[in-house]
Design a binder for this molecule. Structure first.
Ligand code: AMP
Ligand code: MG
Length: 489
Protein backbone atom coordinates (compact mmCIF):
# COMPACT_ATOMS: atom_id res chain seq x y z
CA UNK A 1 0.00 0.00 0.00
CA UNK A 2 1.51 3.32 -1.08
CA UNK A 3 -0.42 5.58 1.28
CA UNK A 4 -2.29 4.67 4.47
CA UNK A 5 -5.17 7.00 3.81
CA UNK A 6 -7.53 8.24 6.49
CA UNK A 7 -9.78 10.71 4.73
CA UNK A 8 -11.41 13.01 7.26
CA UNK A 9 -12.36 15.68 4.70
CA UNK A 10 -14.18 13.10 2.57
CA UNK A 11 -16.29 12.25 5.63
CA UNK A 12 -17.62 15.80 5.84
CA UNK A 13 -20.20 15.06 3.20
CA UNK A 14 -21.04 15.82 -0.38
CA UNK A 15 -21.65 19.56 0.02
CA UNK A 16 -17.93 20.02 0.68
CA UNK A 17 -16.58 18.54 -2.54
CA UNK A 18 -17.28 16.60 -5.69
CA UNK A 19 -15.92 13.13 -6.14
CA UNK A 20 -13.91 12.98 -9.32
CA UNK A 21 -11.10 10.82 -10.66
CA UNK A 22 -7.88 12.17 -12.11
CA UNK A 23 -7.78 12.01 -15.91
CA UNK A 24 -5.04 9.70 -17.18
CA UNK A 25 -2.08 11.16 -19.08
CA UNK A 26 -0.35 9.56 -22.06
CA UNK A 27 3.24 9.02 -21.00
CA UNK A 28 3.94 9.66 -17.33
CA UNK A 29 7.58 10.13 -16.39
CA UNK A 30 8.75 10.83 -12.84
CA UNK A 31 10.99 13.88 -12.96
CA UNK A 32 11.43 14.42 -9.26
CA UNK A 33 10.64 12.63 -6.05
CA UNK A 34 11.32 14.42 -2.78
CA UNK A 35 13.07 11.66 -0.85
CA UNK A 36 13.46 13.66 2.35
CA UNK A 37 9.80 14.55 2.42
CA UNK A 38 8.75 11.00 1.57
CA UNK A 39 10.70 9.79 4.57
CA UNK A 40 9.21 12.47 6.85
CA UNK A 41 5.77 11.37 5.73
CA UNK A 42 6.55 7.72 6.36
CA UNK A 43 6.17 6.84 2.68
CA UNK A 44 8.13 4.19 0.82
CA UNK A 45 10.03 6.10 -1.84
CA UNK A 46 10.82 2.91 -3.76
CA UNK A 47 7.13 2.21 -4.04
CA UNK A 48 6.45 5.80 -5.15
CA UNK A 49 9.19 5.60 -7.80
CA UNK A 50 8.00 2.21 -9.08
CA UNK A 51 5.93 2.06 -12.29
CA UNK A 52 2.73 1.69 -10.21
CA UNK A 53 3.79 4.57 -7.97
CA UNK A 54 4.42 6.85 -10.93
CA UNK A 55 1.00 5.95 -12.33
CA UNK A 56 -0.54 7.05 -9.04
CA UNK A 57 1.46 10.30 -9.04
CA UNK A 58 0.35 10.92 -12.63
CA UNK A 59 -3.31 10.22 -11.91
CA UNK A 60 -3.38 7.14 -14.16
CA UNK A 61 -4.10 4.80 -11.29
CA UNK A 62 -6.05 5.34 -8.11
CA UNK A 63 -4.12 4.38 -4.99
CA UNK A 64 -5.72 1.90 -2.61
CA UNK A 65 -8.08 3.67 -0.19
CA UNK A 66 -7.76 6.99 -1.99
CA UNK A 67 -11.07 8.86 -2.25
CA UNK A 68 -10.29 11.36 -5.00
CA UNK A 69 -12.25 14.57 -4.74
CA UNK A 70 -12.19 18.20 -5.76
CA UNK A 71 -12.81 20.63 -2.92
CA UNK A 72 -15.43 23.34 -3.19
CA UNK A 73 -14.50 26.91 -2.36
CA UNK A 74 -15.24 30.51 -3.20
CA UNK A 75 -12.88 33.44 -3.20
CA UNK A 76 -12.27 37.13 -3.55
CA UNK A 77 -10.08 37.42 -6.63
CA UNK A 78 -8.39 40.84 -6.72
CA UNK A 79 -11.19 42.11 -4.50
CA UNK A 80 -14.09 40.65 -6.51
CA UNK A 81 -16.11 37.87 -4.98
CA UNK A 82 -16.48 34.67 -6.99
CA UNK A 83 -18.84 32.27 -5.21
CA UNK A 84 -18.09 29.34 -7.53
CA UNK A 85 -14.45 28.39 -7.60
CA UNK A 86 -13.14 25.14 -6.16
CA UNK A 87 -10.37 22.83 -7.32
CA UNK A 88 -10.55 23.16 -11.07
CA UNK A 89 -7.36 21.25 -11.70
CA UNK A 90 -6.44 19.73 -8.36
CA UNK A 91 -7.65 16.49 -6.86
CA UNK A 92 -7.27 15.50 -3.23
CA UNK A 93 -6.35 11.82 -3.11
CA UNK A 94 -6.73 11.65 0.64
CA UNK A 95 -5.00 12.28 3.95
CA UNK A 96 -2.26 10.41 5.69
CA UNK A 97 -1.02 10.57 9.25
CA UNK A 98 2.77 10.84 9.41
CA UNK A 99 4.96 8.86 11.83
CA UNK A 100 5.11 11.97 14.04
CA UNK A 101 1.31 12.10 14.13
CA UNK A 102 0.71 15.00 11.73
CA UNK A 103 -2.21 14.76 9.30
CA UNK A 104 -1.29 15.70 5.74
CA UNK A 105 -3.27 16.11 2.50
CA UNK A 106 -1.92 14.37 -0.58
CA UNK A 107 -3.12 16.30 -3.60
CA UNK A 108 -2.44 16.09 -7.32
CA UNK A 109 -2.31 19.44 -9.09
CA UNK A 110 -2.72 19.47 -12.85
CA UNK A 111 -4.46 16.09 -12.90
CA UNK A 112 -7.34 16.90 -15.21
CA UNK A 113 -10.57 18.86 -15.14
CA UNK A 114 -13.11 18.70 -12.34
CA UNK A 115 -16.66 20.02 -12.17
CA UNK A 116 -15.10 23.28 -10.87
CA UNK A 117 -12.86 23.69 -13.93
CA UNK A 118 -15.24 26.11 -15.68
CA UNK A 119 -13.49 26.67 -19.00
CA UNK A 120 -10.09 25.47 -17.80
CA UNK A 121 -8.43 22.30 -19.06
CA UNK A 122 -7.61 21.03 -15.57
CA UNK A 123 -3.95 20.84 -16.48
CA UNK A 124 -0.73 22.50 -15.46
CA UNK A 125 2.26 23.26 -17.63
CA UNK A 126 5.48 21.66 -16.48
CA UNK A 127 7.25 25.01 -15.99
CA UNK A 128 4.87 26.32 -13.28
CA UNK A 129 4.90 22.87 -11.64
CA UNK A 130 8.69 22.97 -11.36
CA UNK A 131 8.47 26.55 -10.10
CA UNK A 132 6.06 25.56 -7.35
CA UNK A 133 8.29 22.62 -6.44
CA UNK A 134 11.38 24.82 -6.14
CA UNK A 135 9.83 27.72 -4.25
CA UNK A 136 7.78 25.66 -1.80
CA UNK A 137 10.79 23.58 -0.82
CA UNK A 138 12.97 26.69 -0.53
CA UNK A 139 10.36 28.28 1.75
CA UNK A 140 10.38 25.17 3.92
CA UNK A 141 14.17 25.33 4.20
CA UNK A 142 13.90 29.03 5.09
CA UNK A 143 11.65 28.04 7.98
CA UNK A 144 8.45 29.50 6.53
CA UNK A 145 5.22 27.51 7.00
CA UNK A 146 4.33 26.17 3.56
CA UNK A 147 2.72 23.42 1.56
CA UNK A 148 5.32 20.95 0.31
CA UNK A 149 6.23 19.35 -2.97
CA UNK A 150 6.46 15.57 -3.02
CA UNK A 151 6.79 14.78 -6.70
CA UNK A 152 6.77 16.09 -10.25
CA UNK A 153 5.58 13.97 -13.14
CA UNK A 154 5.83 14.95 -16.79
CA UNK A 155 2.61 13.91 -18.50
CA UNK A 156 3.77 13.47 -22.07
CA UNK A 157 0.78 15.58 -23.11
CA UNK A 158 0.74 19.10 -24.45
CA UNK A 159 -1.10 21.91 -22.71
CA UNK A 160 -2.05 24.98 -24.65
CA UNK A 161 -1.42 28.37 -23.03
CA UNK A 162 0.09 31.30 -24.93
CA UNK A 163 2.13 28.52 -26.54
CA UNK A 164 2.02 24.71 -26.69
CA UNK A 165 3.79 23.49 -23.56
CA UNK A 166 4.61 20.16 -21.96
CA UNK A 167 2.28 19.23 -19.13
CA UNK A 168 3.14 18.30 -15.57
CA UNK A 169 1.50 17.07 -12.38
CA UNK A 170 2.65 18.20 -8.94
CA UNK A 171 2.00 16.11 -5.86
CA UNK A 172 1.36 18.69 -3.20
CA UNK A 173 1.37 18.00 0.52
CA UNK A 174 -0.37 20.32 2.96
CA UNK A 175 -1.53 20.42 6.56
CA UNK A 176 -4.84 20.99 4.80
CA UNK A 177 -6.05 22.74 1.68
CA UNK A 178 -8.77 24.59 3.55
CA UNK A 179 -8.80 28.25 2.64
CA UNK A 180 -10.50 31.44 3.74
CA UNK A 181 -12.46 30.84 0.54
CA UNK A 182 -13.70 27.48 1.83
CA UNK A 183 -15.48 29.32 4.64
CA UNK A 184 -16.77 31.87 2.13
CA UNK A 185 -18.30 29.05 0.10
CA UNK A 186 -20.64 28.04 2.93
CA UNK A 187 -21.23 31.56 4.23
CA UNK A 188 -22.22 32.84 0.78
CA UNK A 189 -24.76 30.04 0.51
CA UNK A 190 -26.19 30.76 3.94
CA UNK A 191 -25.28 27.21 4.99
CA UNK A 192 -24.62 27.68 8.70
CA UNK A 193 -24.64 23.95 9.41
CA UNK A 194 -21.95 23.47 6.76
CA UNK A 195 -20.00 26.38 8.19
CA UNK A 196 -20.07 24.86 11.68
CA UNK A 197 -19.07 21.45 10.35
CA UNK A 198 -16.17 23.04 8.47
CA UNK A 199 -15.09 25.03 11.53
CA UNK A 200 -15.27 21.90 13.71
CA UNK A 201 -13.17 20.04 11.17
CA UNK A 202 -10.57 22.81 11.09
CA UNK A 203 -10.44 22.97 14.89
CA UNK A 204 -10.00 19.21 15.18
CA UNK A 205 -7.28 19.32 12.58
CA UNK A 206 -5.33 22.48 13.29
CA UNK A 207 -6.37 23.81 16.70
CA UNK A 208 -7.46 20.77 18.74
CA UNK A 209 -7.02 22.59 22.05
CA UNK A 210 -9.88 24.92 21.08
CA UNK A 211 -12.47 22.13 21.00
CA UNK A 212 -13.49 22.89 24.58
CA UNK A 213 -13.32 26.68 24.32
CA UNK A 214 -16.35 28.71 25.41
CA UNK A 215 -16.73 30.17 21.93
CA UNK A 216 -14.61 27.88 19.73
CA UNK A 217 -15.38 29.62 16.43
CA UNK A 218 -14.41 33.00 17.83
CA UNK A 219 -11.21 31.46 19.17
CA UNK A 220 -10.59 29.85 15.79
CA UNK A 221 -10.79 33.24 14.10
CA UNK A 222 -8.29 34.63 16.60
CA UNK A 223 -5.90 31.76 15.93
CA UNK A 224 -6.05 32.06 12.16
CA UNK A 225 -5.43 35.80 12.44
CA UNK A 226 -2.38 35.22 14.64
CA UNK A 227 -0.97 32.53 12.36
CA UNK A 228 -1.43 34.59 9.23
CA UNK A 229 0.07 37.68 10.85
CA UNK A 230 3.19 35.71 11.71
CA UNK A 231 3.31 34.17 8.26
CA UNK A 232 3.19 37.51 6.46
CA UNK A 233 5.86 38.92 8.79
CA UNK A 234 8.03 35.97 7.84
CA UNK A 235 7.45 36.64 4.13
CA UNK A 236 8.53 40.25 4.54
CA UNK A 237 11.66 39.23 6.43
CA UNK A 238 12.88 37.14 3.49
CA UNK A 239 11.71 39.48 0.73
CA UNK A 240 8.98 37.15 -0.52
CA UNK A 241 6.11 38.40 -2.65
CA UNK A 242 3.25 35.93 -3.03
CA UNK A 243 1.69 37.63 -6.01
CA UNK A 244 -1.93 36.38 -5.77
CA UNK A 245 -3.19 36.82 -2.24
CA UNK A 246 -6.79 36.10 -3.15
CA UNK A 247 -8.87 34.68 -0.30
CA UNK A 248 -8.87 31.30 -2.04
CA UNK A 249 -5.07 31.33 -1.86
CA UNK A 250 -4.93 31.89 1.89
CA UNK A 251 -5.00 28.85 4.14
CA UNK A 252 -6.49 28.65 7.62
CA UNK A 253 -3.56 26.45 8.71
CA UNK A 254 -1.13 29.35 8.29
CA UNK A 255 0.83 27.67 5.51
CA UNK A 256 1.84 29.54 2.38
CA UNK A 257 -0.06 28.07 -0.57
CA UNK A 258 -0.25 28.38 -4.37
CA UNK A 259 3.09 29.44 -5.73
CA UNK A 260 2.05 31.05 -8.98
CA UNK A 261 3.45 34.41 -9.99
CA UNK A 262 5.46 34.71 -6.79
CA UNK A 263 8.97 36.11 -6.51
CA UNK A 264 11.77 37.00 -4.16
CA UNK A 265 12.62 40.66 -4.29
CA UNK A 266 16.16 41.50 -5.30
CA UNK A 267 16.63 45.31 -5.15
CA UNK A 268 14.70 46.49 -2.11
CA UNK A 269 11.49 48.20 -3.17
CA UNK A 270 8.39 48.25 -0.95
CA UNK A 271 6.23 48.65 -4.06
CA UNK A 272 7.72 45.63 -5.84
CA UNK A 273 5.22 43.70 -7.97
CA UNK A 274 6.15 40.81 -10.25
CA UNK A 275 2.85 39.17 -11.10
CA UNK A 276 1.81 39.86 -14.68
CA UNK A 277 -1.86 39.81 -13.62
CA UNK A 278 -1.44 42.31 -10.76
CA UNK A 279 -1.70 45.49 -12.79
CA UNK A 280 -2.78 47.72 -9.89
CA UNK A 281 -0.07 46.48 -7.53
CA UNK A 282 -2.71 45.21 -5.10
CA UNK A 283 -0.38 42.44 -3.94
CA UNK A 284 2.86 44.45 -3.88
CA UNK A 285 5.50 43.46 -1.32
CA UNK A 286 4.62 46.03 1.32
CA UNK A 287 0.85 45.71 0.79
CA UNK A 288 0.86 42.11 1.94
CA UNK A 289 0.08 42.79 5.61
CA UNK A 290 -2.91 45.00 4.85
CA UNK A 291 -4.18 42.57 2.20
CA UNK A 292 -3.90 39.70 4.67
CA UNK A 293 -5.90 41.70 7.16
CA UNK A 294 -8.51 42.44 4.50
CA UNK A 295 -8.76 38.73 3.67
CA UNK A 296 -9.10 37.88 7.36
CA UNK A 297 -11.93 40.41 7.65
CA UNK A 298 -13.72 38.31 5.01
CA UNK A 299 -13.12 35.23 7.20
CA UNK A 300 -14.48 37.10 10.20
CA UNK A 301 -17.66 37.93 8.26
CA UNK A 302 -18.14 34.23 7.59
CA UNK A 303 -17.62 33.16 11.19
CA UNK A 304 -19.54 35.84 13.11
CA UNK A 305 -22.92 34.19 12.41
CA UNK A 306 -21.79 31.02 14.18
CA UNK A 307 -20.18 32.63 17.21
CA UNK A 308 -21.79 31.35 20.41
CA UNK A 309 -22.06 34.74 22.08
CA UNK A 310 -24.29 36.57 19.62
CA UNK A 311 -24.49 39.82 21.59
CA UNK A 312 -20.73 40.35 21.56
CA UNK A 313 -20.00 38.62 18.24
CA UNK A 314 -19.25 41.66 16.10
CA UNK A 315 -17.20 43.32 18.84
CA UNK A 316 -15.17 40.17 19.37
CA UNK A 317 -14.54 39.73 15.64
CA UNK A 318 -13.47 43.35 15.32
CA UNK A 319 -11.22 43.03 18.32
CA UNK A 320 -9.69 39.90 16.77
CA UNK A 321 -9.07 41.74 13.51
CA UNK A 322 -7.49 44.53 15.51
CA UNK A 323 -4.95 42.07 16.91
CA UNK A 324 -3.61 41.38 13.42
CA UNK A 325 -1.50 44.49 13.59
CA UNK A 326 -0.18 43.64 17.05
CA UNK A 327 0.75 40.08 16.06
CA UNK A 328 2.24 41.26 12.79
CA UNK A 329 4.27 44.07 14.34
CA UNK A 330 5.61 41.81 17.07
CA UNK A 331 6.66 39.13 14.59
CA UNK A 332 8.00 41.60 12.03
CA UNK A 333 9.98 43.66 14.54
CA UNK A 334 11.27 40.47 16.15
CA UNK A 335 12.33 39.26 12.71
CA UNK A 336 14.04 42.54 11.87
CA UNK A 337 15.89 42.61 15.18
CA UNK A 338 17.22 39.14 14.49
CA UNK A 339 18.22 40.18 10.97
CA UNK A 340 20.10 43.18 12.34
CA UNK A 341 21.74 41.13 15.08
CA UNK A 342 19.94 42.93 17.91
CA UNK A 343 19.41 40.80 20.98
CA UNK A 344 17.51 43.29 23.09
CA UNK A 345 14.21 44.92 22.19
CA UNK A 346 14.30 48.71 22.35
CA UNK A 347 11.84 51.37 21.35
CA UNK A 348 13.82 52.80 18.46
CA UNK A 349 14.55 49.45 16.76
CA UNK A 350 11.83 50.07 14.18
CA UNK A 351 13.33 53.46 13.38
CA UNK A 352 16.78 51.93 12.98
CA UNK A 353 15.43 49.34 10.52
CA UNK A 354 13.45 51.99 8.66
CA UNK A 355 16.56 54.12 8.27
CA UNK A 356 18.31 51.15 6.66
CA UNK A 357 15.34 50.37 4.42
CA UNK A 358 15.17 53.96 3.19
CA UNK A 359 18.83 53.86 2.26
CA UNK A 360 18.34 50.47 0.58
CA UNK A 361 15.38 51.70 -1.44
CA UNK A 362 17.20 54.83 -2.59
CA UNK A 363 20.24 52.76 -3.58
CA UNK A 364 18.59 49.65 -5.11
CA UNK A 365 20.31 47.35 -2.64
CA UNK A 366 19.81 43.62 -2.96
CA UNK A 367 17.66 42.61 0.02
CA UNK A 368 19.13 39.16 0.62
CA UNK A 369 22.78 40.03 0.05
CA UNK A 370 22.53 43.09 2.27
CA UNK A 371 21.48 41.20 5.35
CA UNK A 372 23.83 38.29 4.74
CA UNK A 373 26.76 40.67 4.29
CA UNK A 374 25.72 42.68 7.33
CA UNK A 375 26.49 39.56 9.35
CA UNK A 376 30.12 39.78 8.23
CA UNK A 377 30.21 43.47 9.06
CA UNK A 378 28.85 42.70 12.53
CA UNK A 379 32.17 40.97 13.26
CA UNK A 380 34.39 43.70 11.97
CA UNK A 381 34.11 47.09 10.24
CA UNK A 382 36.75 45.71 7.90
CA UNK A 383 33.82 44.11 6.03
CA UNK A 384 31.98 47.43 5.65
CA UNK A 385 33.23 47.98 2.09
CA UNK A 386 31.50 44.72 1.09
CA UNK A 387 28.20 46.03 2.39
CA UNK A 388 28.73 49.53 1.03
CA UNK A 389 29.48 48.09 -2.42
CA UNK A 390 25.86 46.88 -2.59
CA UNK A 391 24.65 50.51 -2.61
CA UNK A 392 24.47 52.63 -5.77
CA UNK A 393 26.16 55.28 -3.66
CA UNK A 394 28.45 53.35 -1.30
CA UNK A 395 28.61 56.33 1.04
CA UNK A 396 24.93 55.75 1.89
CA UNK A 397 25.82 52.84 4.18
CA UNK A 398 28.06 54.79 6.52
CA UNK A 399 25.30 56.81 8.20
CA UNK A 400 23.44 53.64 9.10
CA UNK A 401 26.56 51.71 10.05
CA UNK A 402 27.51 54.27 12.66
CA UNK A 403 24.12 54.12 14.43
CA UNK A 404 23.95 50.34 14.12
CA UNK A 405 27.44 49.80 15.57
CA UNK A 406 26.68 52.09 18.49
CA UNK A 407 23.57 50.02 19.16
CA UNK A 408 25.45 46.70 18.91
CA UNK A 409 28.18 48.01 21.21
CA UNK A 410 25.59 48.77 23.91
CA UNK A 411 24.41 45.13 24.03
CA UNK A 412 25.87 42.08 25.72
CA UNK A 413 27.00 38.86 24.04
CA UNK A 414 30.03 38.08 21.92
CA UNK A 415 30.39 39.32 18.37
CA UNK A 416 30.84 35.76 17.12
CA UNK A 417 27.60 34.58 18.75
CA UNK A 418 25.81 37.50 17.15
CA UNK A 419 27.26 36.82 13.71
CA UNK A 420 26.34 33.14 14.02
CA UNK A 421 22.77 34.05 14.99
CA UNK A 422 22.51 36.46 12.07
CA UNK A 423 23.67 33.73 9.68
CA UNK A 424 20.79 31.57 10.91
CA UNK A 425 18.12 34.11 9.91
CA UNK A 426 19.69 35.90 6.93
CA UNK A 427 19.85 33.40 4.09
CA UNK A 428 22.73 33.30 1.66
CA UNK A 429 20.60 31.42 -0.85
CA UNK A 430 17.07 32.06 -2.05
CA UNK A 431 15.56 30.82 -5.30
CA UNK A 432 16.38 33.92 -7.28
CA UNK A 433 13.96 34.50 -10.10
CA UNK A 434 16.50 34.18 -12.89
CA UNK A 435 17.74 30.91 -11.41
CA UNK A 436 14.20 29.57 -11.27
CA UNK A 437 13.68 30.58 -14.90
CA UNK A 438 16.97 28.95 -15.92
CA UNK A 439 16.01 25.71 -14.16
CA UNK A 440 12.63 25.67 -15.89
CA UNK A 441 14.09 26.50 -19.27
CA UNK A 442 16.68 23.73 -19.11
CA UNK A 443 14.05 21.20 -18.04
CA UNK A 444 11.35 22.26 -20.49
CA UNK A 445 13.41 23.21 -23.54
CA UNK A 446 16.26 20.74 -23.25
CA UNK A 447 14.94 17.99 -21.02
CA UNK A 448 17.88 18.76 -18.73
CA UNK A 449 16.95 18.51 -15.06
CA UNK A 450 20.44 19.10 -13.71
CA UNK A 451 19.91 22.87 -13.38
CA UNK A 452 16.68 22.28 -11.43
CA UNK A 453 18.36 19.65 -9.23
CA UNK A 454 21.26 21.92 -8.38
CA UNK A 455 18.99 24.84 -7.54
CA UNK A 456 16.84 22.62 -5.32
CA UNK A 457 19.95 21.31 -3.55
CA UNK A 458 21.45 24.76 -3.01
CA UNK A 459 18.22 26.33 -1.74
CA UNK A 460 17.64 23.39 0.59
CA UNK A 461 20.54 24.76 2.70
CA UNK A 462 19.86 28.50 2.59
CA UNK A 463 21.85 29.39 5.70
CA UNK A 464 24.99 27.34 4.94
CA UNK A 465 27.95 29.08 3.37
CA UNK A 466 28.31 26.65 0.43
CA UNK A 467 31.36 28.47 -1.01
CA UNK A 468 31.28 26.16 -4.02
CA UNK A 469 27.90 27.68 -4.95
CA UNK A 470 28.82 31.32 -4.37
CA UNK A 471 27.41 32.27 -7.78
CA UNK A 472 23.90 31.40 -6.55
CA UNK A 473 24.13 34.27 -4.06
CA UNK A 474 24.32 36.86 -6.76
CA UNK A 475 21.39 38.88 -8.05
CA UNK A 476 20.56 38.74 -11.73
CA UNK A 477 22.76 40.72 -14.05
CA UNK A 478 20.74 43.35 -15.92
CA UNK A 479 20.27 41.07 -18.94
CA UNK A 480 19.14 38.17 -16.69
CA UNK A 481 16.70 40.21 -14.66
CA UNK A 482 13.16 38.81 -14.36
CA UNK A 483 10.65 41.63 -14.14
CA UNK A 484 7.42 39.64 -14.44
CA UNK A 485 6.20 36.27 -13.25
CA UNK A 486 3.22 34.38 -14.62
CA UNK A 487 0.69 32.12 -12.98
CA UNK A 488 0.73 29.87 -16.01
CA UNK A 489 -2.90 28.81 -15.57
P1 AMP B 1 -5.11 29.79 -9.02
O1 AMP B 1 -4.84 31.05 -9.78
O2 AMP B 1 -4.15 28.67 -9.36
O3 AMP B 1 -5.21 30.01 -7.55
O4 AMP B 1 -6.51 29.27 -9.52
C1 AMP B 1 -7.69 30.02 -9.41
C2 AMP B 1 -8.88 29.16 -9.76
O5 AMP B 1 -8.84 28.76 -11.13
C3 AMP B 1 -9.01 27.89 -8.96
O6 AMP B 1 -10.39 27.63 -8.77
C4 AMP B 1 -8.37 26.86 -9.86
O7 AMP B 1 -8.81 25.56 -9.59
C5 AMP B 1 -8.84 27.34 -11.22
N1 AMP B 1 -7.91 26.96 -12.29
C6 AMP B 1 -6.70 27.48 -12.53
N2 AMP B 1 -6.13 26.93 -13.62
C7 AMP B 1 -7.01 26.02 -14.09
C8 AMP B 1 -7.02 25.11 -15.19
N3 AMP B 1 -5.99 25.02 -16.04
N4 AMP B 1 -8.11 24.34 -15.35
C9 AMP B 1 -9.14 24.42 -14.50
N5 AMP B 1 -9.20 25.24 -13.47
C10 AMP B 1 -8.16 26.04 -13.25
MG1 MG C 1 -5.43 28.93 -5.96
Amino acid sequence: MMFRFDNSYARLGETFFTRVLPTPVSAPRLLKLNLGLAQELGLDSNALASPEGVEVLAGNRVAVHAEPLAQAYSGHQFGHFNPDMGDGRAILLGEIVTPSGARRDIQLKGSGPTPYARRGDGRAALGPVLREYIVAEAMQALGVPTTRSLAVVATGDTVYREAALPGGVLTRVAASHIRVGTFQYFASRGDLAGLRALADHVIARHEPDLAGAADPYASLLERVIARQARLIAHWLCIGFIHGVMNTDNMTVSGETIDYGPCAFMEAYDPGAVFSSIDRQGRYAYANQPSIAQWNLARLAECLVPVFVDKAEAVERANAALGTFKTHFQAAYLGGLRAKLGLREARDDDGALALDLFERMAANRVDFTLLFRTLGEASLSPAADPHVAALFDDPAAFAGFAEKWRARLASEGGTAQARADAMAQVNPAFIPRNHRVEAAIEAAVQRDDLSVFEELVAVTARPFDEQPEHAAYRLPARPEERVTQTFCGT
